[in-house]
Design a binder for this molecule. Structure first.
Ligand SMILES: *[C@@H]1O[C@H](CO)[C@@H](O)[C@H](O)[C@H]1NC(C)=O
Ligand SMILES: *[C@@H]1O[C@H](CO)[C@@H](O)[C@H](O)[C@H]1NC(C)=O
Ligand SMILES: *[C@@H]1O[C@H](CO)[C@@H](O)[C@H](O)[C@H]1NC(C)=O
Ligand SMILES: *[C@@H]1O[C@H](CO)[C@@H](O)[C@H](O)[C@H]1NC(C)=O
Length: 321
């Protein structure tokens, strides 16, 4: 098992496939390089000792969210995401579509909900399927969505960068939004999707200006949250995931453009990029909390309890169309 040279981009392209490559400290940039089509997520832990969490970790992401085990937590307030517009770069990384904010752009902060700290948005990743029945990393009652948009931020009160924060305690927040196919989409999403034809091949990028991260989010204050990991090597168990309880929409034409993106560069396009998701990992002993209090649950048995276990929650079923 090895990592092929053309799995790297940028200055790394010329380096040989030495063991040193595997042993180097894994940075975010490198994580992006190493997601190879022929090495499934099951092998990540075997590739590099620093990735052993990928195989042995018990707080891994993504997970399947089963509404019946959600724990109602009335102590969690709204999740706030700053509204202001930013500039950044949309890139085909060979395994994902990534929008990374310019370091000079004003900070977009995420706080509230389950978070004890303020997190600064670093980038947005898009996971999606070749077909409409799969693509999201998180699933709901075993149901996958055609795509999942993930907003990743780092703890800006304890750390100075995503690279520093990623392996550290309370380092990262991931806001996950399921993406459903419809005949409309949001103006902010279109700012990204309208440039997809410029990043067909790996390494290609396009500057985007005046985009609002908050404008990409659905209009809901409802979410589910759990403690998990990055969904790429080294699978650091430092991520507070917040899964919003409403999808956003993408048109068929937009998802068609996504499915044209390639994993390789122009000379060696390899195969198409779709299906760039990690499958759900066992929940083991973690709880998944929610701020959705469902008054329609029916039997008032649990009404006074601060711990409410949902059953067949209409609040979640409505967005499984
Ligand atoms: C974004 O880019 C535009 C055009 O290059 C520039 O005028 C503007 O000042 C930039 N905004 C930020 C917040 O960097
Ligand atoms: C989407 O398309 C369907 C079927 O063509 C139509 O009934 C519906 O009104 C459309 N919705 C929007 C928001 O355009
Ligand atoms: C894209 O944005 C980067 C960072 O702001 C800038 O250095 C670069 O010149 C821009 N490229 C184009 C083609 O505008
Ligand atoms: C953790 O969950 C497993 C089942 O998934 C159960 O057998 C075990 O007792 C639990 N451990 C703790 C400490 O709750």
């Amino acid at each position: 098992m090895y990592i092929s040279c053309d799995s790297t981009d940028g200055p790394e392209r010329q380096t040989s496939c030495s063991e040193n490559f595997l042993k180097r400290l894994i940075t975010l940039e490198e994580i992006n390089l190493i997601f190879l089509s022929f090495l499934g997520p099951d092998y990540w832990g075997l590739l590099n000792p620093e990735w052993k969490l990928c195989n042995r970790g018990r707080r891994q992401s993504p997970v399947d969210i089963e509404p019946s085990i959600l724990l109602y937590d009335p102590g969690m307030g709204k999740v706030e995401v700053d509204k202001q517009k930013v500039n950044g770069t949309l890139k085909n990384t060979g395994h994902s579509v990534r929008f990374r904010l310019d370091p000079t752009s004003p900070a977009v902060m995420v706080n509230g909900g389950p978070l004890s700290y303020k997190y600064r948005v670093h980038e947005i990743l898009l996971h999606y399927g070749r077909t409409d029945d799969k693509g999201s990393e998180h699933t709901i009652s075993g149901h996958a969505f055609p795509a999942e948009l993930q907003i990743l931020g780092y703890n800006n009160q304890l750390y100075d960068s995503m690279v520093e924060a990623m392996p550290k305690t309370q380092g990262v927040v991931g806001v996950a939004v399921m993406v459903q196919i419809s005949n409309f989409s949001s103006p902010d999403l279109r700012l990204l999707t309208s440039q997809l034809d410029k990043i067909i091949h790996k390494g290609q990028m396009k500057n985007i200006t005046h985009i609002s991260i908050q404008g990409l989010l659905p209009d809901t204050s409802q979410f589910m949250t759990y403690e998990g990991s990055t969904t790429m090597p080294g699978c650091h168990e430092t991520v507070t995931w917040i899964v919003l309880n409403k999808p956003i929409y993408i048109t068929k034409a937009e998802i068609f453009l996504l499915r044209r993106l390639m994993q390789g560069d122009e000379a060696h396009p390899k195969t198409i990029l779709a299906n760039n998701y990690r499958p759900p990992q066992p929940l083991y002993n973690r709880s998944v909390r929610t701020n959705v209090f469902n008054h329609d649950i029916g039997d008032n048995k649990c009404f006074d309890s601060r711990k409410l276990f949902y059953r067949g929650n209409v609040g979640f079923i409505h967005w499984i169309e």
